[in-house]
Design a protein around this ligand. Structure first.
Ligand SMILES: [Zn+2]
Length: 486
């Protein structure tokens, strides 16, 4: 018998253990869908699978609670399949091996799937328990959240009837999330005819390395350096003071990461080589001075390379460098009603200029739809001025926080009564399923919360045992205190 079965609350751990025995990596949902439908059947709970594979369950209000607002409990059934190199594990076949490590539960050599198995287990415990008090309940257990929130995107309007949604996919007990960022991809491109490099010129490759980078949403408030932006400062000056010409540019590699590296190839008259080397050194010193508190030492170096045959025409080069230099990057606005919380940002993630094509990729995030649009359009203005074609794609909705939300007020009060402490109320500057679901079911009053998890996308994933009891007690108290219908 697994030791986690003896942990409290036993009904939650029992279902969590059950989930660890069912393979459920994103993209492989069949067995866990079956498992959930079978559970509902045995527990006498109405359940069905929707068109995209989400599992929906319904349980009527307990006697005397019929006038409460309907509550939707929401979690995702898939997990991130990560294992250590020396672990033999087939995520589509093998059960996870869990164990208790001090205050935490972990899995041997793999992700634990507590993200979001803990949320699913809590839903199963609530659905099964006949002693709880609650209004009409629905469960929405989505597929494939981790790889693109496909379950949330595929939800059909009219499927759910509740007015309140409790998302159980947050990672810090004692925190209530009341908003998240939506996003839109902005891509600027320009095709041009390259010109031959000057045969009397030499070529130098200049490389920027060692930046910390980070998640373009969660870490955009840290003020870290953007490799493409630092490089633009150097290239602009190299063009004006060292007679340099731009051949190629390659910076960043993931749209949702702050770029950590960039390199360019420049051509220039041989007599300006020393000047360029001096400029590189001066930039390295300056960048390290500006960022010493935020970055580990930044490396900025130049080396002679073979002269490429072609380079960017001068006018195009100037326009492209100006566009990189000028485009809005980083925080645009903080949320006016919530302290120290980013509302709107953009990240200039990938820049490539090579072989007659320039492409810049950016990701705009905001909890406000109108501010998201504003930042995206200001980027469009900037790149259009440089003669570039600008496309918007992959837009998804944010969840604009409502500090006056009735369920928020009820949950803050209930948390204080139960635990004698105030919960933290937060907004995350990244996407949550709530943003998508809220745009499909307008008017939902939503909160996201959960037990304490760490390293949730690595084999070090763990859940704090004591936080599971608090999380579940808080969930059941919230259901018992659901606001009444108006
Ligand atoms: Zn999750």
């Amino acid at each position: 018998m697994s030791t986690i079965l003896s942990l409290a609350p036993q009904n939650v751990w029992k279902h969590f253990y059950g989930l660890t025995q069912v393979p459920r990596p994103s993209g492989f949902m069949g067995p866990v869908q079956e498992f959930l439908l079978q559970f509902a059947k045995e527990a006498g709970i109405e359940a069905f699978k929707d068109e995209v594979g989400n599992i929906i369950m319904r349980k009527p209000a307990t006697p005397g609670m019929e006038d409460c607002k309907g509550v939707i409990l929401q979690a995702h059934m898939d997990m991130v399949p990560q294992k250590n190199n020396d672990t033999v594990h087939d995520f589509e076949k093998d059960p996870l091996e869990t164990y208790v490590d001090g205050e935490w539960v972990k899995a041997k050599g793999t992700t634990l799937g507590a993200d979001n198995g803990m949320g699913v287990a809590a839903i199963m415990a609530v659905m099964e328990d006949k002693t709880l008090k609650h209004g009409a309940l629905e469960a929405l257990i989505t597929v494939d959240e981790e790889t693109g929130m496909y379950g949330a995107f595929g939800l059909k309007p009219g499927t759910l009837h509740g007015e309140i949604l409790l998302n159980l996919d947050s990672e810090e007990e004692g925190e209530l999330y009341i908003g998240c960022a939506g996003g839109v991809d902005v891509t600027a491109t320009l095709q041009y005819k390259e010109v031959e490099t000057n045969p009397s010129h030499i070529a130098m490759k200049v490389s920027l390395k060692g930046l910390r980078g980070g998640h373009s949403g969660l870490e955009i408030n840290q003020g870290r350096a953007n490799a493409n932006k630092l490089m633009a400062r150097f290239v602009r000056e190299a063009i004006t003071t060292c007679n340099a010409r731009l051949a190629t540019w390659c910076g960043g590699n993931m749209r949702n990461a702050i770029p950590r590296e960039a390199d360019v190839v420049l051509t220039l008259p041989a007599q300006d080589e020393e000047k360029l080397q001096t400029l590189v050194k001066r930039c390295e010193d300056l960048f390290n001075e500006e960022y010493h508190a935020l970055e580990t030492p930044i490396s900025f170096k130049a080396e002679c390379v073979e002269r490429p045959a072609m380079e960017t025409p001068e006018e195009i080069q100037d326009n492209l460098v100006d566009a990189i230099y000028a485009c809005q990057d980083g925080i645009c606005r903080m949320i006016p009603t919530i302290p120290d919380t980013v509302e709107t940002s953009s990240n200039l993630s990938i820049v490539t200029i090579t072989e007659g094509k320039a492409q810049f990729s950016l990701l705009v995030r905001s909890s406000s739809e109108s501010m998201k649009k504003y930042r995206a359009l200001s980027l469009e203005s900037c790149f259009s001025m440089a003669g570039m074609k600008v496309e918007m794609s992959g837009s998804y909705s944010g969840w604009n926080p409502d500090v006056e939300s009735p369920i928020l007020k009820a949950m803050v009060k209930s948390y204080e009564e139960q635990f004698g402490a105030e919960p933290a109320v937060k907004v995350v500057h990244a996407g949550l399923e709530c943003g998508i679901i809220g745009s499909i079911v307008p008017g939902l009053d939503m909160i996201s919360f959960g037990p304490t998890l760490r390293s949730h996308q690595s084999p070090d994933e763990r859940v704090l045992i004591s936080s599971v009891q608090k999380f579940y007690d808080f969930l059941t108290a919230t259901l018992a205190n659901t606001p009444k219908k108006v």
